[in-house]
Design a protein around this ligand. Structure first.
Ligand code: NOJ
Ligand code: CA
Length: 570
């Protein structure tokens, strides 16, 4: 069985994980102090969001230098120690590779700005502007950046524009240029040679841009150029080349691609082993439920969705990817998403129950499971005031919602509060001490006030705790070929609230039943009555199998097939 399928990945967003030197900012030594905790959960792989030198315009995803560590987080010696400590625990480290863009402080970009004739100019995407009415200078085209506003910044000295698809400080690289590709390959080799297991690759499906940079959509208003940047044939070529030149030289290398609006077909083409590209890819289909076509701040669907839709999104993705021979990285939350209980479960009375249901879902779907810091204690969204916002996306889109979508301030604020990435970035709640035990001083971002009751120390003391549940479900996954690599088939697919499926590998068959709603309900399981089922895990308690199984709110169960009734009657 492939190594990458067996891994349980724990994502750390370093700025908010644990502060070791009392400056209110998480750091590498903070991570070292919590490695036993992560290992004890059952995780064997850590994905570390960027820790490189950065101006923090996008908290690390704007990289000034890929070969040095952000001094706020520590030194290269600290990094080497972190890696050694991880390996000592039989765990592995996956780094974040941000290869679509560098920051505007990166040496390549600085040289490109300094001298328009330098070879570095062609490392980026510089273009002449258009002339508008009255001779006004307009950006080269109508592309909208992912965080709102024009995707072009003007270099006043040369009177040219450069492309920035995210913050204005993240300059898109020109992947057509072989030197750029070689530069990225070198960065990858540097970290792989140090002993990291692989990479999570940031927006890797947008590295190629359509030749000529044609206008987006109808070409008039600012519009997001999905059709000109997402999964162009050349993105596939560049990733295949990366595999051939770098990845294939490192046995067991681990790769997971991240990318906006990856279609299922593309996900398969990135991850089918015959394609020789990536091990797996994230899909955002679930995370965009209830959002309009422009993404998470597109409020036009009112963020309304039903459990039935959630099930359909998941089954559709799971079954099609299986059929196409691809592989998914499953996740319920990450540093870009609201907290999973607030988004898909209940952050009120059923907080713990819904967190268990979502954990069980994440660990039993086909694909490699990722969990995000704080998920294991059911951290929730945070009640922010506007002055608490730290994320560029939130601050910028607040304005964009007013200017472009003509929303009144109160409505724009409500939308940002619902979906801001800051929810995921509040400090991990370690204890009920001041600042949640994250730091001894005021952290760089607000601590969720519910830390007095929701924290690791309290959770560890609880009976039937969420942390214990994570340990239990991870242990089951690790011992079960059916969960790691089994076939998935839907059971009673039309049911409006309950997601049920089988996972099958040779002699082992498991049946997973999850009530994804906050209501009492019942599901008919007649279609699997031809077998005997023994209850293996239950989030309320273990319950015997019944043809009409009643379920409490967010109750989740796993049954193991013990005998086939066909055989008994023979
Ligand atoms: C995806 C990352 O997860 C997000 O945090 C970042 O802002 C964008 N890519 C741009 O790098
Ligand atoms: Ca610190």
């Amino acid at each position: 069985m492939d190594n990458f399928k067996q891994r349980i990945v724990y994502q750390i967003w370093p700025r908010s994980f644990k502060d070791s030197n009392d400056d209110g900012i998480g750091d590498l030594r903070g991570i070292i102090s919590k490695l036993d905790y992560i290992r004890d959960l059952g995780s064997d792989t850590i994905w570390l969001s960027p820790i490189y030198a950065t101006g923090n315009k996008d908290y690390g995803y704007d990289i000034d230098d890929y070969y040095s560590i952000n001094p706020e987080y520590g030194t290269m010696d600290d990094f080497d120690e972190l890696l050694a400590e991880i390996k000592k625990r039989d765990m592995e480290l996956v780094m974040d590779l941000v290869a679509n863009h560098t920051s505007d402080q990166h040496i390549w970009f600085q040289k490109a700005l300094e001298d328009p004739n330098s070879p570095y100019r062609d490392y980026y995407i510089f273009r002449k502007g258009r002339t508008g009415k009255n001779g006004a200078s307009l950006p080269p085209n109508n592309w909208l950046s992912a965080f709102g506003g024009s995707a072009w910044q003007k270099d006043e000295t040369s009177d040219e524009y450069y492309l920035t698809m995210f913050t204005p400080n993240q300059c898109d690289l020109n992947w057509e240029n072989e030197k750029v590709r070689e530069g990225i390959h070198d960065i990858m080799r540097f970290w792989l040679d140090k002993g990291v297991l692989g990479f999570r690759m940031d927006v890797i499906n947008t590295i190629a841009k359509r030749e000529g940079l044609p206008p987006a959509g109808k070409g008039k208003k600012l519009d997001f150029p999905f059709e000109h940047i997402v999964s162009l044939p050349k993105s596939h070529d560049y990733i295949r080349e990366m595999h051939e030149k770098v990845l294939s030289h490192y046995p067991h290398v681990f790769t997971v691609g991240e990318g906006m609006v990856t279609s299922i077909d593309d996900l398969i083409r990135y991850t089918d082993p015959d394609e020789k590209k990536l091990n797996m890819m994230f899909s955002f289909d679930l995370h965009l439920i209830g959002c309009g076509p422009l993404g998470k701040f597109d409020f036009r669907k009112g963020y309304l969705w039903s459990v039935k839709e959630m099930k359909e999104i998941l089954f559709n993705l799971q079954l099609k990817v299986q059929e196409g021979g691809g592989w998914i990285g499953n996740f319920m939350s990450n540093h870009d998403q609201p907290r999973q209980v607030s988004r898909f479960g209940d952050d009120g009375p059923f907080r713990r129950k819904s967190a268990k249901a979502l954990a069980l879902l994440n660990m039993t779907l086909r694909g490699t499971p990722f969990l995000y810091q704080g998920e294991e204690i059911g951290m929730t969204n945070c009640p922010f005031d506007m002055e608490d916002w730290r994320d560029f996306e939130a601050i910028n889109d607040y304005q964009v919602l007013q200017d472009m979508m003509h929303l009144p301030k109160f409505a724009a604020k409500k939308i940002i509060q619902k979906m801001t990435r800051d929810h995921a970035r509040t400090p991990v709640q370690w204890s009920s001490e001041k600042h949640a035990g994250f730091s001894t001083v005021e952290p760089w971002i607000k601590v969720n006030p519910n830390y007095t009751s929701i924290n690791v120390e309290a959770e560890l003391k609880k009976e039937n705790s969420l942390i214990d549940f994570y340990k239990e479900i991870i242990a089951l996954r690790k011992s079960s070929p059916a969960l790691v690599d089994g076939y998935i088939t839907a059971v009673n697919r039309p049911h409006p609230y309950v997601m049920a499926y089988k996972r099958i590998y040779n002699d082992e068959t498991l049946l997973v039943v999850i009530n994804l709603s906050g209501k009492n309900t019942e599901i008919s399981l007649e279609e699997v009555m031809t077998s005997h089922w023994a209850c293996e895990i239950g989030t309320y308690e273990k319950r015997p199998f019944e043809a009409n199984l009643p379920l409490y709110p967010y109750e989740a169960l796993i049954y193991r097939k013990t005998q086939s009734l066909d055989k008994i009657t023979k």
